[in-house]
Design a binder for this molecule. Structure first.
Ligand code: HEM
Length: 499
């Protein structure tokens, strides 16, 4: 039989050590053996390891294949079960830290928010955001702080008009559905169109663009996010040498970015004309009576520059259209699997027409738990040297919150893979839910998104019975790749109920 391994070469002979060195070496070995035998010091403390654990880096590629995995949220979750809820991947000489439990996510972005609020420099973000003037993808800077504050305040001001807008949009959605007369349809685009129209209505007020333009813009956003999530584009941030090669997907993405910008610019111009006609005349047409969502020109530090304003509006559309629409799609898909929950919600709404708590609220929470629309949120950057779970994290490390894995943690959730809205009727599990992230970079549209989900889903379940296209043909609930986690395409029959 052949030997499995070649014989080892003989060890080179070491020079004889002087007696004091031998004694010191012996003392060190004894100390190490004693520490091992003693275990961790009292009080539960342990000498923290120097680096977080993680899978070995591949030559040249490092940890990139893990990040580009076609079902990355699940794959990274599986790695977390092996290496722990804070694991490290190597990428181009730097560290990527993936956080997969609610505790590590809250520690990094809640408790250590100041240290973990940055965004990493990104070649792609620079291409699509006027050189990094973006709210969602931009790094922390005085200009970014003003942009975030102005957008947050504008959303708070818009709250007053929200109920009326949502009611109008939900009724229009039901009208659209009635036109299908119970035929099997894919409603993904209807949802995206209505979430996009809601934001248009909040931002542009009575100067709302014509419906055909909004439909076209909705398709543009859907296409943009789909291309942005493709591995052939994302790889350009992870492996810079590939940027020199021709990339048709990137070319298509940049074409959609031009269409996106043309739409936003056209609306801004329309409002400037409107504002001047109504005597405003300032850089930002805040006095236009129909408009509730312009960043306030009186913001601390002066009004937003044109690029910051443009990108804040872009982010409201990009952040708020597909995410909320994806959650609506998943809710319908899960309810087709469990029609008794839909019937239960309908019965509760019949008793208490405006009631948003109870089973409807629980259904929304369970949908966001099982399929968080932004499963890996957005990448953060450690602005300073910090630590997570007691382990040092070097400055400029990339931090990825795996919200999907945190929401499937078997230590936190009973039967984590199952759609069980009932679990949210009991006290307790809400704090382990983080679909909107947390801390300094938490989603700015959480209130708007939750209200939309409750009102839209409530209207749908009050007015329609959801049926599969044929008996037993149920939607796939598979998790796929993409920045936004969408349900695989499926069809549903919306059977109108008697009022
Ligand atoms: C179900 C719907 C939504 C979900 C699940 C969601 C989730 C998220 C998540 C996970 C983040 C990243 C947090 C982080 O970096 O740690 C985020 C950021 C953001 N979201 Fe949302 N979002 C939703 C809807 C909306 C809506 C309706 C808007 C606005 C109209 C919006 C605007 C934004 C903005 C502007 C940011 C960037 C915040 C920053 O970087 O400072 N989102 N969202």
């Amino acid at each position: 039989m052949l030997p499995l391994l070649p014989p080892l070469p003989p060890l080179p002979s070491l020079p004889p050590l002087p007696l004091p060195a031998l004694l010191a070496l012996g003392a060190l070995l004894a100390l190490a053996a004693w520490r091992r035998l003693r275990g961790p010091p009292e009080g539960g403390g342990r000498t923290p390891p120097r680096a977080l654990p993680g899978p070995p880096a591949l030559p040249l590629l490092g940890g990139a294949p893990h990040l580009l995995h076609p079902a990355a949220p699940r794959h990274l979750g599986a790695l977390a079960r092996r290496y722990g809820p804070a694991l490290r991947l190597r990428l181009g000489g730097g560290d990527v830290v993936v956080l997969s439990s609610v505790e590590t996510i809250r520690e990094a972005f809640g408790r250590r928010w100041g240290a973990c609020a940055g965004r990493p420099p990104s070649y792609l973000a620079g291409l699509v955001s006027r050189g990094g003037q973006d709210l969602a993808l931009g790094d922390v800077s005085p200009g970014w702080r003003r942009q975030r504050r102005a957008t947050r305040d504008a959303l708070v001001r818009a709250q007053r008009r929200l109920d009326a807008i949502l009611e109008r949009q939900a009724q229009a959605l039901c009208q659209d559905f009635r036109r299908y007369r119970g035929a099997p349809v894919d409603v993904a685009e209807d949802f995206a169109f209505r979430t996009c129209s809601t934001i248009c209505s909040l931002i542009f007020g009575h100067l709302m663009p014509p419906e055909a333009e909004v439909r076209d813009f909705t398709r543009c956003i859907m296409g943009l996010l789909e291309l942005w999530g493709r591995a052939s584009v994302r790889v350009l941030d992870l492996l810079p040498p590939l940027r020199v090669l021709p990339n048709p997907t990137l070319r298509e993405l940049l074409r959609l970015v031009e269409r996106r910008d043309a739409f936003v610019q056209a609306q801004l111009q329309r409002h400037e004309v409107g504002a001047q006609a109504s005597g405003g005349g300032g850089q930002v047409p805040r006095r236009d009576p129909g408009v509730g969502l312009w960043p306030d020109p009186g913001i601390r530090g002066g009004p937003l520059g044109p690029d910051r304003l443009h990108m804040a509006l872009v982010d409201l559309f990009i952040g708020g259209t597909e995410t909320t629409a994806a959650a609506l799609g998943w809710a319908v898909a899960f309810l087709l699997h469990r029609p008794e929950v839909a019937a239960g919600v309908r019965a509760q709404l019949a008793e208490e027409p405006g009631g948003h708590r109870g089973l409807l609220g629980a259904t929304v929470s369970e949908t966001l738990r099982l399929r968080p629309p932004a499963p890996l949120a957005l990448p953060h950057r450690a602005c300073t040297h910090t630590s997570i779970a007691g382990v040092p994290v070097p400055r400029n490390s990339l931090l990825i919150p795996n919200l999907f894995a945190a929401h499937h943690d078997p230590d936190k959730w009973h039967r984590p893979e199952d759609f069980l809205p009932e679990r949210f009727l009991e006290e307790g599990p809400g704090r382990a839910l983080v679909p909107f992230g947390c801390g300094a970079r938490a989603c700015l549209g959480e209130g708007l998104a939750r209200a939309e989900l409750l009102v839209f889903l409530g209207h749908i379940l009050r007015n329609f019975r959801l049926e599969p296209p044929a008996p037993g043909v149920l939607p796939s609930l598979e998790v796929t790749a993409g920045t936004v986690l969408r349900c695989p395409p499926f069809r549903v029959r919306l059977i109108a109920l008697e009022p």
